[in-house]
Design a protein around this ligand. Structure first.
Ligand code: IMP
Ligand code: MG
Length: 333
């Protein structure tokens, strides 16, 4: 059966979307994987056959060699980062970018690395916010203006709609997380665009009636980088002791940490219209679960946690991450 699935993060980002998207691209034989979300402020980690890939622009679905990889118009693109990733992954023959992606220029990056964006908000300094500001002012360049991108320009909405008409599986990859959404997050400590499920559809040019599943990714604990309130925050030392110390993919900053938050999770379910939950890093809470690929291998503490999430959120948890590798996952579908 063909399915169009949107994957988004239910907390502050860094929940492991990269791992979930890369797994689904292979497991579900996805023919098109399109990225929405903000821009190269995102950092998605994919571990395949012992090799770690850190992607900022290209969709994580690249691990399936048959999958077409697209970037939607809502995304702001740094051409240097795009071309570097396309070349390093050798995906030039199956990569496309919308002609209306806004283009990050050096002046955007400069503006993002000083003043209140750096000092107050703690942005990633990748130029995404200033680029989106210029886009709203209608003074920004777009992808069709960049000669180096010429070979990759494609009609992303048309490709996606055609794939669905042909009964293919389509995956829409979100970035960042619900609570750093410009509209629904902890304003002003947010990113420069909406990043909830409907925004991701809008970014790539798919209407809401075409989506079947919204997979909401929750990490087994909560992390946040940059400024802004984090309920239940523990100290950096305590985070280290629990093995919850993580470092930003893009900036290298240690992430702030807190336990799984059911109130935030419930609200994220409604903001995104979630139909299912993907739970990641269960092995960090329950090390005995590391690498498990079958639900029966989980300890009773771990299954208790999964069941509590299913009960409280009234949604199934079909996907459970038990390690960083693409194959370290339990798929109960
Ligand atoms: P900006 O998106 O670079 O403008 O940063 C705004 C806020 O969003 C900062 O707190 C960043 O740390 C945070 N942020 C942006 N992108 C990501 C992401 O992909 N993961 C986690 N936090 C992010
Ligand atoms: Mg990240």
């Amino acid at each position: 059966m063909m399915v169009c699935t949107v994957v988004v993060d239910g907390f502050f980002g860094d929940g492991g979307k990269g791992k979930i998207v890369s797994y689904l691209a292979v497991a579900d034989d996805v023919s098109v994987c399109a990225r929405g979300g903000v821009g190269p402020n995102a950092g998605h980690t994919v571990v395949r056959e012992g090799v770690t890939y850190k992607l900022r622009m290209v969709p994580c679905g690249f691990v399936n060699p048959e999958t077409r990889l697209l970037i939607g118009a809502g995304v702001v693109a740094d051409p240097e980062v795009v071309l570097k990733e396309v070349n390093e992954l050798d995906i030039g023959n199956r990569f496309g970018i919308d002609p209306q992606c806004a283009i990050i220029e050096p002046r955007h990056i400069e503006a993002d690395r000083k003043g209140h964006l750096k000092e107050k908000i703690g942005t990633t300094g990748t130029g995404t916010g200033p680029c989106n500001a210029d886009r709203a002012l209608r003074v920004v360049k777009v992808a069709r203006d960049i000669p180096e991108l010429k070979d990759y320009i494609t009609d992303v909405p048309a490709e996606l709609n055609e794939a669905l008409d042909a009964e293919a599986n389509v995956l829409l990859e979100g970035t960042q997380g619900t609570y750093i959404s410009l509209y629904h997050g902890t304003y002003p400590y947010v990113t420069s665009n909406d990043v909830c499920a409907s925004a991701i559809c809008s970014d790539v040019g798919l209407g809401p009636t075409r989506v079947d599943e919204v997979a909401l990714v929750f990490k087994a604990f909560v992390t946040r980088v940059g400024a802004g309130y984090l309920a239940g925050e523990i100290s950096m030392e305590e985070a280290k002791q629990r093995g919850w110390d993580e470092y930003g993919t893009v900036t290298g900053r240690q992430r702030r940490a807190a336990p799984f938050n059911f109130d935030l999770a419930k609200r994220a379910v409604l903001l995104n219209g979630a139909t299912q939950i993907a739970l990641t890093k269960l092995d960090i809470l329950y090390p005995e679960c590391k690498g498990a690929a079958d639900y029966k291998e989980l300890s009773s503490e771990a299954t208790g946690f999964v069941e509590k999430i299913e009960e409280e959120l009234d949604l199934p948890v079909p996907l459970i991450g038990t390690g960083p590798g693409v194959k370290e996952i339990i798929d109960r579908r």
